[in-house]
Design a protein. Structure first.
Length: 126
């Protein structure tokens, strides 16, 4: 079986997601694991450096955390990236076909939960 795990932005989202990935790997040795993170997220480096290298494939969405301070071009771009990441997540989940999705919330959760619901993928948000 294939499972997808997601969490991004801070260690408070990433480390629990990695712990769940490790538990899934131990409980289902033949299973496939995918980690879905952001393009520029801290999670990319942590997953790459993680001990599960080779056992955990990394996929990314274009979504980034929303900035609330100050006015800049990102005030417009960040919500646009969020909107564009929903069909991207739908396509990715269709390609991966996970048996379930586990997400720890954060900026990645919204597009993934919408896409998982549309695809009928059982989802757990922690």
């Amino acid at each position: 079986m294939r499972y997808s795990v997601s969490g991004g932005g801070t260690g408070g989202h990433i480390y629990p997601a990695l712990a769940v990935a490790r538990a899934l790997r131990d409980a289902r040795p033949g299973g496939e694991l995918d980690y879905i993170g952001g393009v520029r997220g801290f999670e990319r480096r942590l997953v790459a450096d993680h001990a599960m290298r080779g056992q955990l494939r990394y996929h990314e969405l274009i979504v980034r955390s929303l900035r609330s301070a100050g006015l800049s071009v990102h005030t417009v771009l960040d919500p646009a990236r969020l909107a564009a990441s929903v069909p991207q997540a739908w396509w990715l989940l269709g390609r991966l076909r996970p048996a379930a999705l586990f997400t720890t919330g954060g900026y990645l959760a919204l597009p993934l939960v919408f896409a998982a619901r549309a695809r009928g993928v059982p989802t757990l948000v922690w």
